[in-house]
Write a protein that binds this ligand. Structure first.
Ligand code: NAD
Ligand code: UGA
Length: 309
């Protein structure tokens, strides 16, 4: 079962699971955050006897019957986006990232005993980390309301593992990119502007650094997590290993696309961290996983997707 299976990371995972011959249940509300029609089209392209889609909000659905029979539940549904999580929008974040996670975990304890449960956490739980590459034992100090809700979901996951024996693990994803990336994220915005000849907006100096991670590498780790027999660490970083500034990304985009870029600079945005960088050796040891797609190659694949959209 893949919650959020119509989204960017979710639909990429669903395609990989179907390719392996698994039966997949997607649960997704087709939230209005971005383009529900594109999400529907992505799932329609994978339609077949092995894929069922349950449309609904995790806060409203009768979850007992949905989770019953699942061997593994990959919980990707949530309200993403660091910069929009302030103000009145916070309610959407607590509802989709905290309330929905608690409700799903309750259903798992009662109706899906023994199922593997994987939670999509985020590098944003670290805030401005004290050391790089950051290890999982660093004190999380989120600097965005979004990061606070992802950390709460992570704690709920650990709590239900401790209290009810749910076979759970949380993965802290570091800025994921690749085909089908959300339209609010940097690479989709930059590549779309390169394609259309429209202005690119850089927040702050552009010297902020991210440990960008290719979506196929994230999916490979999730597949390894689904298949793992024994206990897994409570929390693992999933980071691609790049330590690249936004300005350096723009240089690579210029080379990959061969297009002129019209770059405009705005003030930094509250909630953005200056740097992320994960030590993923724990996940590498626990899962026998390693990220393999270098940034220029992954950007090239995302450019092919944007250029043909
Ligand atoms: P996405 O928005 O593309 O996918 C999330 C999906 O969840 C959407 O299809 C949405 O309709 C669905 N959804 C939202 N609220 C729901 C609810 N209450 N009930 C049912 N469905 C709901 O986002 P994404 O980029 O694919 O991210 C997937 C997960 O990974 C999120 O939990 C996000 O916080 C986390 N994450 C993403 C990144 C990244 O770089 N993309 C990094 C760290 C963590
Ligand atoms: C991303 C996701 O959006 C979050 O859901 C996720 O939890 C987070 O990664 C994470 O790793 O935890 P972010 O790092 O902000 O958040 O990813 P991008 O939207 O790709 O932004 C990367 C950088 O580009 C940021 O510094 C941002 O300020 C900058 N940016 C983004 C711009 O300069 N201009 C833009 O138009 C968009």
């Amino acid at each position: 079962m893949v919650t959020g299976g119509a989204g960017f990371i979710g639909s990429t995972l669903v395609a990989a699971l179907l390719e392996r011959g698994e039966d997949v249940v997607v649960v997704d509300s087709f939230s209005p955050y971005y383009n529900p029609a594109a999400k529907r089209a992505a799932l329609a392209a994978m339609a077949g006897p092995r894929l069922s889609v349950v449309e609904g909000d995790l806060n409203d659905l009768e979850l007992g019957s949905v989770v019953r029979g699942a061997d593994a539940i990959v919980h990707l549904a949530g309200q993403p986006g660091v910069r929009k999580s302030w103000g009145d929008d916070f309610l959407t974040y607590t509802r989709s990232n905290v309330d929905a996670t608690q409700r799903l975990l309750e259903a798992v304890t009662k109706h899906a005993d023994g199922a593997r449960f994987l939670y999509a956490s985020s590098s944003s739980v670290y805030g401005q980390a004290e050391t790089y590459p950051t290890t999982e034992d660093m004190l999380p100090q989120p600097v965005s309301p979004y990061g606070v809700t992802k950390l709460a979901g992570e704690h709920l996951t650990s709590l239900y593992a401790e209290s009810f024996g749910v076979r759970a693990a949380a993965f802290r994803f570091f800025t994921v990119y690749g085909p089908r990336q959300r339209p609010d994220m940097a690479f989709t915005r930059f590549l779309t502007s390169a394609r259309d000849g429209s202005p690119i907006t850089v927040y702050g100096t552009g010297e902020q650094i991210r440990d960008f991670t290719y979506v196929g590498d994230i999916v490979a780790a999730l597949l390894a997590g689904v298949e793992a027999e024994g206990a897994l660490p409570r929390v693992m970083n999933l980071s691609g290993g790049s330590s690249v500034s936004v300005n350096e990304v723009l240089e690579t985009i210029s080379e990959v696309t061969g297009r002129p870029l019209d770059i405009r600079r705005l003030d930094p945005v509250r909630g953005d961290v200056f740097r992320t960088g994960g030590d993923s050796s724990l996940a590498q040891r626990a899962l026998g996983w390693t990220p393999v797609v270098p940034l220029a190659e992954g950007l090239g694949r995302q450019w092919d997707w944007v250029a043909s959209s």
